[in-house]
Design a protein around this ligand. Structure first.
Ligand code: ADP
Ligand code: ADP
Ligand code: ZN
Length: 214
């Protein structure tokens, strides 16, 4: 099963993608996580990506596409995968379609987690991230057992630099301009499914399972 998660920053793509990956036993591929891991390890890619991420802008397509194509060609992706945060531009979507076409494959589902802008700022300002293991929490909706400490690995959780309100506004504008057109792109491919992302995390997941099958 090959799945794309669509939706605004903070809509809950990562939260749902992790659960999908666990239930259907497929890898969760998050480009944001890959960039942050590179940043942490001080790679050239990480340094280049940081400049864009800090401003709430998209990392250029040429730095992003090859990375994902290499990842989905790995053996653990043979049974499928869930893409979280990719594609984010029409050009990325076309690159993905073409790469899969070349091997006689296609994506199965593009799931749009629909959340209006007015809910997003609240989601983002309450998000806390563990930059060590990639776990994500929310101070109200999904708090850590001990405040500020990751349940999974015990590292400190932080408000991501790009989750501060000024950058969130920029990211939302970038989303509407560059990523939202993908909704139509996948509608035309007949694989678009929309879920109401304002429901609780568990309800959203049930709605997704109803689409993907038990
Ligand atoms: P969120 O989960 O809040 O939407 P991500 O972790 O997916 O945020 O992405 C964080 C940042 O990483 C983005 O604002 C962007 O700068 C960069 N990024 C992630 N994925 C992509 C992509 N597919 N294309 C370009 N930039 C990306
Ligand atoms: P994305 O990957 O789309 O940027 P996340 O999955 O990181 O979004 O979720 C953004 C924030 O909102 C996180 O703090 C997360 O815990 C919280 N969150 C996710 N889904 C829901 C939901 N259905 N209701 C309330 N909060 C949610
Ligand atoms: Zn952690």
């Amino acid at each position: 099963m090959k799945i794309i998660m669509l939706g605004a920053p903070g809509a809950g793509k990562g939260t749902q993608a992790k659960q999908i990956a666990a239930k259907y036993e497929i890898p969760h591929i998050s480009t944001g996580d890959i960039f942050r891991a590179n940043l942490k390890n001080g790679t050239e890619l990480g340094k280049k990506a940081k400049v864009y991420m800090d401003q709430g802008l998209l990392v250029p397509d040429e730095l992003t596409c090859d990375l994902v194509m290499d990842r989905i060609a790995q053996e653990d992706c043979a049974r499928g995968f869930v893409l979280d945060g990719f594609p984010r531009t029409i050009l990325q979507a076309e690159a993905l379609t073409k790469a899969l076409n070349n091997i006689g494959q296609a994506m199965d589902y593009a799931i749009d987690v629909d959340v209006p802008d007015e809910n997003i700022v609240n989601r983002m300002s309450g998000r806390r991230a563990c930059l060590n293991c990639g776990s994500t929490y929310h101070i109200v909706y999904n708090p850590t057992k001990t405040e500020g400490v990751c349940d999974v690995c015990g590292s400190q959780t932080v408000l991501r630099e790009d989750d501060k309100p000024e950058t969130v506004q920029k990211r939302l504008a970038v989303y509407h301009e560059q990523t939202q057109p993908l909704i139509d792109y996948y509608k035309k491919q007949n694989i678009l499914k929309t879920v109401d992302g304002t429901k609780s995390m568990d309800e959203v997941f049930s709605d997704i399972v109803a689409i993907l099958g038990e």
